[in-house]
Write a new protein. Sequence first.
Length: 462
Amino acid sequence: MATQSVATELSKRDDLLQQAAEIARRYALDIGDRRVAPAGKDLDPLKKFHEPFPSMSSEPLQVLRTLDEIGSPATMATTGGRYFGFVNGGTVPASLAANWLAGTWDQNSALRIMSPVAAELEEVVLGWVCEALGLPANCEGGLVTCATTANFTALVAARHALLARAGWNVADDGMFGAPLIEVIVGEEVHASILKALSLAGFGKKRLTRVEIDAQGRMRADKLPRMSNRTIVCIQAGNVNSGAFDPAAEICARAQEQNAWVHVDGAFGLWAAVSPKYRHLTNGFEQADSWATDAHKWPNVNYDSGIVLVKDGMALRSAMTMTAAYLEAGARREPMFHTPESSRRARGVELWAALKSLGRDGLSSLIERTCDHAQRFAEGFRKAGFAVLNDVVINQVLVSFGGAEITQKVIRAIQEDGTCWCGGTVWQGKPAMRLSVSSWATTEADVHRSLEAIVRIARGSGA
């Protein structure tokens, strides 16, 4: 009887997985034809999820069908070609397929002994990323959830190193009474850096802010004097304008005074892969630490953040934990390079995406999305609307007139469903922001989206 029961359950699991694959396949095939944002009627059924914790078991197949019937229509079509919000990438096919396999493997990538393949792939992809971005080959790093966590991890490593220079062991003695560390940021610093600095104990009100130019770049000539207890945070790709801080000049100044330079390069660092845009990243390789996202331009599944640090000892000293049951091997152990211990094997999808694209494919993806951004900008200008930034990579800022009309147009575009663009504030003025980041976006998607945006804007009185 026991053998029959196990056989029955295995058969049910096989049916369940086949159904899941078919549902996922159908979703992926239909993504280009559906609304980008769900309609109101698609959101109402979400109320059905709110129920008391079930007392009885449910058939897994019915659970899956409920999830699909209620959940799938209420998703944002971020993996399609007409989603231009929040610098969200799509998912290249190899990454999606690897995600299914990784979910089946269900590996804990904390230690090599827990998952040899997870540890190996993580080590491989970190080397590939350094090579692709032109960063020092001896960097150490880890795979985390997002650029916010990557920024936090790098800044904690910097804190450890700078305080050690002053003879202070922050791991043992904490921050109370520690020597002061000065943190320098630009006026256009991203919110993720501010959050990371706050989590690391530096405080948002104690920062030194440096004047920026018209595109949001930090002005190197306005940098204050630094010391060997200074952290300078610079940007590779402003989240609004896409502009790059003058890294070569800033890093040179910082190195003269033995300061630590950290790069918030959530999406912009990937421009280094493209021969056409590589010049924008000149000098960033001279920094001390870097944070970026693979779920943005490289189009890896969520979540896929990356932290890299030149001083590997500082990173490991800040992140290592010990316990009698945590037996470390002689080779790199993933959990000693990130804040998390137990975590999923993010390196699987990242390896699959980079392996399938290669340098040429990734470069093509970057250049293609930048070309699409230029088409949007040209279309907006031709229609008589103001493009507010120099479109240097994949970011476009457009105004439809005053604050009220611009916000009205953004709301109408989001409700229309043809495409999805977000709002922002640029130099005190509301604007619509397009981030062209998906491998799936085509010229037809750009044309269709432009047509809808112009139609809606003019219909709204812009």
